[in-house]
Every structure is written in structure tokens, then in C-alpha cells.
Design a protein around this ligand. Sequence first.
Ligand code: TYD
Length: 155
Amino acid sequence: MANAERTLVLIKPDALQRELAGEVLSRFEKKGLKIVALKLTNLDDSTLQEHYGHLADKPFFADLKSFMMQTPVIAMILEGLGAIDEVRKIVGATNPREADAGTIRADLSMNVPSNMVHASDSPENAEIEMKRFFKDDEVFTYVKLTDKYHFGEGV
Ligand code: TYD
């Protein structure tokens, strides 16, 4: 939709291990975010070096990378009004014990790095991250019957 934003989300290995991937996806769907790309993918070292480059000098970086390689991740692009900020709001703060109740991280997890979800934190990073994980022909544009509720002019 012309007035919507797109953002990159990863459902992390702890969610897959704990059989909570569906629960996470469901929270985004219920909010009214449209799934425009979705796949299971393995992260390799060089992708993680890029994706988490801002953390490369942190003592936990090696553990973070091996955590992210435990299983494939579910990568997706979600579309919606203000999607970048809305998704970050639903995901919650990085440390699940500091996240607000009702967020995915607060409700479903206890600790880093196993905090369930990655979500782009700015329009600039969303553009870079969507391209990191998806080719143009893997991203879809389609009409849903509910679009008028989620993308309409509002009242
Ligand atoms: P970061 O980009 O700071 O946060 P966010 O995921 O909320 O955008 O950190 C990336 C991931 O690194 C974070 O989701 C979990 C992990 N991490 C740790 O394992 N330990 C830490 O102290 C921090 C800050 C992050």
C-alpha cells in the first residue's frame, strides 16, 4: 500500500526451539501487519557479521552468533502503517526483563540473547535488512479483504 512502511523481522532460534514461532507470527498478524515476504533461512557467519556489525566488539558477540546459528530463522517482511515503530513496540525492549508486559519479549522470554525476535529499528536499517534477506522477486504485493481496516483513511 502506498501509505505503508515495510520492516524486516527475524523469528530467532529460541522461538523455533520452544515451538513458539506460530505464536510470534500470530501477534503480528493480529495487529494487522501484512506478511509480504516469508522464508526459513540459515544464517552464516558473514551475514551475522553484517547484521550485528554494531555489536562486533562486544564480549557477547561470539555467543550471539552461535545462538543465531542454532537453527534456521524465519525471516519475513511485514507491511503496515508505521510498521517499523509498531513492530518494535510489539517486540519490546532488548532485555526481556526490562520489556513492557504485553510485548513478545516480556511475555515469552527471560534473557538475552534468546529474546525471540529481531526487528529493524529505523527506516534506513529496514531498507538495508530487507535487501540482506530477500531478493526483489521474493517480496509480494497483494490485496487483502481486510486492507480497508488496516490501511484505510480512518475515522
Ligand atoms: P541490539 O541490536 O542492541 O538490540 P535489538 O535486538 O533490540 O535491536 O542487540 C542485538 C541482539 O544482541 C539482542 O537482540 C540480543 C543480543 N544481545 C546480547 O546477547 N547481550 C546484550 O547485552 C545485548 C545488548 C544484546
